[in-house]
Design a protein around this ligand. Sequence first.
Ligand code: AGP
Length: 618
Amino acid sequence: MCGIIGYVGDKEIVPLLLKGLQCLEYRGYDSAGIAIHEGHHLNVIKTIGKIAKLEEVLKIKKATNGTNGHSNCGIGHTRWATHGEPSNINAHPHFDTEEKIAVVHNGIIRNYQEVKDKLINLGIKFVTQTDTEVIVQLISENLKKTKSILDAILKAVKELEGSYAIAILFKDEPDKIYAVRKEAPLVIGIGNDENFVASDIPTLSQFVDKVIRLNDNEITVVAKNAVEFYDLNGGRIKKEPQIVTKTKDILDKKGFKHYLAKEINEQAEVISNLLKDFLPNPEKPVQLNHLKLEPDFIKSIDRILILACGTAYHAGLTAKYVIENLTSIPTEVQFASEFLSANSLLTKRSLVIGISQSGETADTITAIKKAVLTGATLLGITNRADSALADLAKEHLILSKAGVEISVAATKTFTAQIAVLYLFAVYTAEILGTADKTSLIKIKQELRELPQLIDQALVRAERYQEQVIKYADKPDFVFIGRGINYPIALEAALKLKELSYIHASGYASGEMKHGPIAVLDPNVPVVSIVVSGETYERVIQNSLEAKSRKAPMIAVAIDGDKKAESIFDTVLHIPQVSEIISPFLTVIPLQFLAYYIAEELGRDIDQPRNLAKSVTVE
Ligand code: AGP
């Protein structure tokens, strides 16, 4: 959470910092600000609200001569509040008392109260409720005892506990950005006569094609024509740039009203690209040979533990059915935040699968670090090659290759995650010989047909919209499914909550009668996932029980399902598909349901309230 951008060079700085912040807005958007060297002082402009609000404030300031924007060096920040409510005062950058140092920070200073008390005892007055202010005041205090800026920073970070990516401007060093990181991402962008600092590579790739990733406990001094790196003892480190593809404008909505709609509509293409790479020919084995998992290890796996949060957790739950079905390896899925290594039963023969779109989720990273201490092997699945998870899982990593997902609610990255997990299940079953060849070929053929089927569902968007918006006034929704579509019920409820702020729950449909049925009345729509196959009749039965309680009834059902049409008030049809492959399709009308209801209610679709896309605090 929180995005950081910094620039040193000759270009007009304010538009450049704003563009960077727009690219980073997914990381948090309750307030934003910039600090620039202007003449002989540091100018900080910040505001509660989104980047668009900051843009307005900057225009007004320019018009009233509050800033002339002439500067060669500046930093910017977009915030997701942890300590202190979103407000003008708590927005970053933060100053020290003398306004000689300005700091932006992503992360949490765990011992901030202790450090703050110490500084208050020294007579320092704090003006914000943030943990970040202790960083800048501490550096300022250290600077009184040393002439070296580097030393003052090094001394400060040694005292700070927690996670941080920090960028700092000093009034007395007009052409330099200092930056340091621990357990929060920070990357340096290398240009010609200009250099950048940012929280992620996609943002930098808008400006440069060379980047250097800062590692934990490294500090950098970024000037226009030079970038230096140091360790925490002040020793110089040599780091080589890596080349990244300069991406087209990641902020382009490609004609869609929202990023969410664009991303939902990209799902066929995303799956098609994954299949091209990993399953070019359904008659041949799945191509995941880049994983350095030895066949002997795969044959010895005693259990799989999947660790993830939110939507990624739902992808894990979906995969459990496929993995157990095809490989017979006992598979458990846990919320990363609930993982306790002592209770995990993991051994050296276990495989831990960490799933995270961002690869940065603190709960997931912490749980994985604990899990691998048992000697278990880690397989990472992430959409971000430049992430902490990708680093941890270097040897056994599958990239979900869904492209940048800007909307905070995950859609295309969910289908990409399940695609990767299905492919992994088939790959493992092929090595183990646990499933018969014909059924594996059938699944592979069906996977190959998916892009077409997904397209056939996507073109029904308008019809789905007509069908669902009449339910937008309902205060509560219940989603039910069984077996492999139970996780899809959970995912649909999460999507509706995130996007529309309507309360929603997902249940295994058989559980309804054990309690949740009490909430049903004509104001609580029940959305049932009824796909032909093993679970069909029982989901229908559970749906009839709900119907008897006068709940408005919605179904996701296969084309031509007359029975569903006779029972449900609204049927969201999907193309013919087998039960095992169905999650790829059942989720689509449910993503649209959440989207259109949220739109009908005038919600902030791409940046729902209180959320951030990468949750880097536990
Ligand atoms: C998804 O719509 C959510 N925004 C959220 O649940 C997300 O899936 C979760 O925070 C995990 O994120 P990750 O995949 O980046 O680890």
